[in-house]
Write a protein that binds this ligand. Structure first.
Ligand SMILES: [Zn+2]
Length: 480
């Protein structure tokens, strides 16, 4: 039975029950404050409760070099309880005004455990299940020291790029900063002449703004978690192309380095085709591209539809192709992490495990590295890491070996146990079942059991994900 048929039957049953049992009067209106956290084990005050964001509409006007900015965030949401007040996550943003459904609302800013909490108290409260709209106007400076982790990355030309994962989107705009609250987005980024804004999604046009500035509009229809926010204003050049079955490609590279980066970004189309064939699932969005910055950022990040890269990855691009591994890593995240997003950060292995695994598979097929060697080394290291930093499914923090190579070892063990055909079927079903949604470790275990009809995979995977000791590696009794 498909999900939609199940849902239709459930709805029909609920309606039938209501018709018989519903009392004449509705539930009494009982407004209470929404929670200041979304229950994330690793980030207790990240995100908020009591509402569900449907759409973010961000207007952001940035002045290069001084880093001053003004912003207006318009949030369309739906209450999930009667609300007397609710919170948004912010960090070092100076709030000028808050309106709810067009009316002035009272607000306070208080310290959170990560960044700050903006508590909004609308006149009269908000009813459960009803849509509402919040507009926050604010200003700030991109070089201000944040209360929590810094999300701004400063370029030497006076531009910036956002690196929002995992708790830093709130340094750019008020958001419900939990991966479980995904929403569609639109962006209206304004900058002076000579500066090019970029954002997630599809560019939909430009318009003149005050003082000779230009506003660039973007739209992202597929839902996105705020941690994947990718906005920038840079002296950068837009390169466009087409990928398999018409996927629109657009890349941003530094103005003065187009010749260097053009042959690199042009590999993207073939990489999408390789991953589509390997995963058996089409690229989940209608556009993709790389943003390569000139400096000020040295990592790589899977911002939805627009992966972000520091220049250091490509230093040896003239003599080696190993830089393609990081491209595959971030591209894999568009399926694992961006389309299928963990419900909480405790399940971040579901992002990083596949990204490491498929990049290693790519490297092996390119003839540059052996998957088995990498996994043997990682397996050897993982046992001790389980005890110090937690097992892959229960990390004590983000960013560690346990959720990267350690999680790839879990997938490798699953592949060893069930064989390649079943492994591919498990991964494909995962991506299809949870496309553009949220899921966690337990959902992954359920999915593997359902696809293979093998209930023994439940204790097998739970052991690999949650145990403080390495289980034996199937097919490699000599590994220790
Ligand atoms: Zn990653």
């Amino acid at each position: 039975m498909t999900r939609s048929i199940r849902a239709a039957i459930a709805t029909a049953a609920a309606v039938a029950t209501l018709a018989v049992a519903a009392p004449a009067q509705a539930d009494p209106f009982d407004p209470r404050p929404g929670s200041d956290g979304a229950g994330d084990p690793l980030f207790p005050t990240l995100g908020n409760g009591g509402y569900d964001v449907r759409h973010y509409d961000l207007s952001f006007d940035f002045t290069p070099v001084t880093y001053d900015f003004t912003g207006t965030m318009r949030i369309s949401a739906k209450a999930t309880q009667d609300l007397s007040s609710f919170n948004l996550d912010i960090d070092s943003l100076a709030v000028d005004e808050v309106r709810v459904n067009g009316e002035h609302a009272a607000w306070t800013v208080s310290p959170g455990r990560s960044g700050q909490e903006l508590t909004v108290t609308p006149a009269g409260g908000l009813h459960d299940h009803r849509p509402f709209e919040v507009t926050v106007t604010y200003h700030g400076n991109g070089k201000a020291k944040p209360v929590g982790a810094p999300g701004w990355r400063h370029m030497s030309d006076g531009g910036f790029v956002s690196a929002a994962q995992s708790s830093r989107a709130d340094t750019f705009a008020p958001v419900n900063d939990t991966p479980r609250d995904k929403a569609s987005w639109s962006f209206h980024l304004t900058a002076p002449a000579g500066w090019t804004p970029a954002a997630n999604g599809t560019a939909t046009g430009t318009r003149p703004a005050a003082d000779g500035r230009t506003t660039y509009d973007f739209r992202l229809d597929a839902p996105m978690a705020s941690e994947l926010l990718g906005i920038s204003v840079e002296r950068q050049t837009l390169l466009t192309g087409r990928g398999p079955h018409g996927v629109r490609l657009r890349h941003y590279v530094p103005d003065d380095q187009v010749a260097t980066y053009r042959p690199i970004v042009e590999r993207t189309g073939d990489q999408i085709a390789w991953l589509e064939q390997t995963l058996g699932v089409r690229y989940p969005f209608d556009t993709y591209g790389m943003q390569i910055v000139r400096d000020g950022y040295g990592d790589a990040l899977e911002n939805q539809t627009l992966s972000l890269f520091g220049p250091n990855w490509f230093k040896n691009a003239g003599t080696s192709t190993t830089y393609t591994n990081v491209m595959i890593h971030e591209l894999t995240h568009q399926w694992f992490g961006d389309s299928v997003t963990p419900t909480t950060w405790q399940s971040a292995w579901l992002n990083e495990g596949p990204a490491v695994y498929y990049a290693a598979l790519w490297a092996e097929q390119q003839g540059t590295a052996s998957m088995e060697d990498r996994m043997r080394t990682a397996y050897g290291r993982l046992d001790a890491v389980r005890k110090t930093d937690g097992p892959p499914g229960l990390p004590t923090a983000l960013g560690g070996f346990n959720i990267y190579d350690g999680a790839a070892v879990v997938l490798y063990a699953l592949n060893q146990r069930v064989g390649r055909d079943d492994f591919d079927a498990i991964m494909k079903a995962w991506l299809i079942e949870h496309r553009h949604g949220n899921a966690d470790s337990q959902d992954f275990v359920d999915n593997a059991v359902r696809v293979t009809h093998d209930p023994t995979l439940r204790p097998f995977l739970e052991d690999w994900l949650f145990s403080t000791d390495n289980p034996p590696m199937p097919g490699h009794p000599d590994w220790s």
